[in-house]
Design a binder for this molecule. Sequence first.
Ligand SMILES: [Zn+2]
Length: 91
Amino acid sequence: MAYLQICKKLHRYGILFKSLPEYQGTFSRHKCAGCAYELGYFHAINGKPKATNDSVLAEIPHSQAGHVRHKDAFTAYKEGYEFALSIAKAS
Ligand SMILES: [Zn+2]
């Protein structure tokens, strides 16, 4: 079950996530912001529309440690999406 997955990736965006707001909601609070960032990035480079709410995070793993814990994963998703767009514009 995807809901019980725990993220074991070593996200190289750890520094970035320090600046994300703490998320105090009930749904995506324990989602991995690193995976959310990558999901946003891949949505952008694959031409998918940017998600409008955090239901897009339903399939990504939870996180238990590091900078990404308790960060706002949906904000991370949007930042990843925007980052991919900024790269596309620059190239
Ligand atoms: Zn992750």
